[in-house]
Design a protein around this ligand. Structure first.
Ligand code: ZN
Length: 80
């Protein structure tokens, strides 16, 4: 794979989804996602994970929920 900025985009992805990074970085990541299908997949996973953890964290330990959700997403992707 060429160095298209994937490492940087993925490192910042969860913060990006929680709107915790600065405006300039958000623009960079959004632009990268627009042009990079593999990072779009990763963003979808991370967004689903972030949403699920936020919804579920009242009921269970966040790390526990997080690992279960991530496992189920990965399993769903593996069947494609
Ligand atoms: Zn990428």
């Amino acid at each position: 794979m060429t160095d298209c900025g994937c490492d940087k985009a993925r490192a910042d992805l969860e913060e990006y989804l929680r709107n915790e990074i600065c405006r300039t970085e958000q623009g960079d990541i959004r632009e990268h996602l627009d042009n990079c299908p593999s990072c779009q997949d990763e963003a979808l996973v991370a967004r689903t994970l972030t949403d699920a953890v936020q919804r579920a964290c009242k009921e269970a330990a966040p790390e526990d929920v997080r690992s279960k959700v991530l496992a189920s997403i990965r399993a769903a992707q593996a069947t494609h």
